[in-house]
Design a protein. Structure first.
Length: 529
């Protein structure tokens, strides 16, 4: 007997990617039910009072950069801005480095302003940067097509890239490391340090082969569209998606953890909740199941497929997240320009050998002796995140998941000791980061990231390694890259471990497209690109 009240689509998990898929499917007429194990939605795109009441902190994803070019915002396909209240502030400086002697180097939304800054260090490097951004702009349309839709095979992508004006150069970049690209183009040590630090943003060492294309995409994105600070925190993006889903007849259930996906004779359209309740979808199930635990959540799959999924590589390192509630705004050693910047990198002077050694240390389970960190003062751009006159400070410091000879469990014992050391380093860059200015702090380790969501296996906040060999039609494996799971008809995977990758990338849109194509649902009125 057909249950006419059953949802068309059951979505397991209310993270950024699954919410995006649910919102697109609901907008295209599908009845959607989203099940979330936590008491809140958003996954890695959440904002919470982690320190003191009235101070709102982004616990993981922060600053909406690449998503500004995505049709979800660029064309407002779901009405998140026009209908459901999502707002941004756009700082004029996207990204800057502050060095330990107080000098700085900023990347503005304006390419001309950026080249002027670089020219203070090296006119040669300014010219090289402008030429590199010309290349990045030429790659943009192909990368946009590749990122916003289901993935093409690696061979097809390479064929498209080869036909572009700089095609042979793009193909060369796919096999280069970010460090090779930076050393080839730039001469000044500080210009090199800025871009090498930036290349590591996606938990990918710039000294690893396959990282050059990721760096080019990050650099090009800084000028293709301004990065935005979501008013009210990154949570406001997730909340706007919930409003979109509910306006289109969908339902969100929190505190509803799913125990298993029921796979009967190769068909998976039902889920078993930990409460014992079984919910069956009429058409499909979308689930945020990391490939490393796919076999645990879905029975009856081919053992070879499960084993290959477990071999998908996680990133070589994770990070420590520190959130501060401050009595007054940080006083940076570089001067007031930092107050106009969205994202600040703190970079000790170092040789290339010392920088490379720091990534080797991370891979071996050790905290590097060389200090570098990523910081945001969101209250400069969104005062609503703190009580009047007060401020927040968000800091991310690279760290390994497994501590050398101690394992991941040791993080619970050493987290405050490590955090205290980070504060001492931060005080070299922030004059007033003193005990009387720090009202409270919150520390989350790589082990805490895994506890936050199973999508962050081994503390990997981008889901899986983001080098070029594990992107597009190879993410997480070639046989799982199109989202459907062989041997479990009706089940689709969705999360940062799938194409297009980790971060706020609107990754549910290609999943929704794939499902609607296979269900023969007309989506042309919503999705036109």
């Amino acid at each position: 007997m057909v249950n006419h009240n059953a949802p068309d689509i059951v979505v397991v998990g209310a993270g950024h990617n699954t919410l995006t898929a649910a919102a697109y499917l609901a907008r295209c007429g599908q009845r959607v039910l989203v099940l979330e194990r936590n008491g809140f939605v958003g996954g890695g795109a959440v904002s919470r009072p982690l320190t003191l009441p009235g101070f709102i902190h982004d616990s993981h994803a922060t600053n909406v950069n690449l998503l500004q070019r995505h049709p979800i915002l660029a064309k407002d396909e779901l009405g998140l801005k026009g209908q459901f209240g999502l707002k941004f502030n756009f700082p004029p400086v996207s990204y800057m480095a502050i060095f330990e002697d107080g000098q700085s180097l900023a990347v503005h939304v304006s390419l001309d302003a950026t080249c002027e800054e670089i020219a203070h260090y090296s006119p040669h490097d300014a010219d090289a940067y402008r030429k590199l951004m010309t290349m990045a702009a030429g790659l943009g349309p192909v990368m946009g097509l590749a990122m916003f839709r289901p993935p093409v095979s690696l061979g097809a992508l390479m064929s498209m890239m080869e036909r572009l004006p700089h095609g042979s150069e793009y193909l060369r970049l796919m096999f280069m490391s970010g460090s090779e690209l930076v050393l080839e183009l730039f001469e000044h040590p500080r210009v090199r340090l800025l871009f090498l630090r930036w290349a590591g943003e996606m938990s990918l060492s710039p000294f690893e082969k396959g990282s050059a294309l990721t760096l080019l995409s990050l650099l090009g994105g800084a000028h293709a569209a301004p990065g935005g600070v979501a008013i009210g925190g990154t949570q406001s993006l997730s909340d706007a998606m919930v409003r979109s889903i509910e306006a289109d007849g969908g339902e969100i259930r929190v505190n509803a953890p799913v125990h298993k996906i029921i796979n009967e004779r190769g068909v998976a359209r039902s889920v078993l909740l930990e409460s014992g309740e079984v919910i069956t979808a009429r058409k499909a199930v979308i689930a945020a199941i990391h490939p490393h635990v796919l076999g645990d959540m879905v029975e009856g799959l081919d053992p070879g497929l499960v084993e290959r999924a477990k071999k998908a590589r996680v990133s070589a390192y994770s990070g420590i997240s520190m959130q501060f509630a401050l009595n007054e705004r940080p006083d940076w050693i570089s001067g007031p320009q930092a107050h106009s910047c969205m994202s600040i990198n703190l970079i000790d002077n170092a040789s290339l050998e010392e920088l490379e050694d720091s990534f080797t240390a991370l891979k071996r389970g050790r905290m590097p002796g060389y200090f570098t960190a990523y910081a945001n003062v969101h209250t400069n751009h969104d005062p609503s995140r703190a009580p009047t006159g007060k401020h927040t400070l968000n800091v991310w410091k690279w760290a390994p998941f497994e501590l050398d000879r101690l394992g991941a469990a040791a993080w619970d014992n050493v987290k405050d000791v490590v955090a205290d050391r980070i504060v001492v380093d931060l005080q070299r860059y922030i004059r007033n980061l003193t005990p009387d200015n720090i009202l409270a702090r919150h520390v989350a380790t790589p082990l805490d990231h895994l506890r936050h969501t199973p999508s962050f296996q081994q503390g990997d906040v981008v889901g899986l390694d983001m080098s070029s060999g594990q992107l597009f039609g190879m993410r997480p494996t070639s046989e799982l890259s199109q989202y459907n799971v062989p041997g479990a008809e009706g089940l689709y995977l969705c999360g940062p471990f799938m194409h297009p990758g980790g971060g706020l990338m609107g990754g549910g849109r290609p999943v929704a497209i794939r499902i609607m194509e296979q269900l023969k649902v007309n989506y042309d009125k919503v999705i036109r690109s």
